[in-house]
Write a protein of this length. Structure first.
Length: 88
C-alpha cells in the first residue's frame, strides 16, 4: 500500500473538484499498519527514509535486475532507474 497526502490553498474550488475526482479512484482507507508506518516515516524524517530506501529498495532492485539479466540478458530489461518497476 502507498500512503500520501495532498496540500493546496484553501478557496480553490477547481482544485477541490479535481481532487475529489482523483480520490474516487484511489483507496481511501489503507490498512491501519500502513497508516502507522507512514506516520513513523514522516516523524523520522527524510534521512531515515533515505537510509531505508538505500538499504532495502536498492538492494532488492539490484538482486532482481541481476536475476533477470542472468536469465534473459541485460538487453531484455527495461526500467528500474527510478523505482523497482522492471519489464523484461
Amino acid at each position: 500500500w502507498r500512503m500520501g497526502y495532498v496540500a493546496y490553498p484553501e478557496g480553490r474550488a477547481d482544485l477541490t473538484e479535481a481532487m475529489l475526482k482523483a480520490q474516487d479512484t484511489t483507496v481511501i482507507c489503507p490498512p491501519r499498519v500502513s497508516q502507522v508506518v507512514a506516520k513513523a516515516a514522516l516523524e523520522a524524517g527524510p534521512a531515515w527514509v533515505r537510509e531505508q530506501i538505500e538499504a532495502t529498495v536498492v538492494k532488492n532492485r539490484t538482486t532482481v535486475t541481476a536475476a533477470l539479466a542472468a536469465a534473459l540478458g541485460e538487453a531484455s530489461i527495461v526500467g528500474g532507474t527510478g523505482a523497482i518497476y522492471l519489464m523484461a
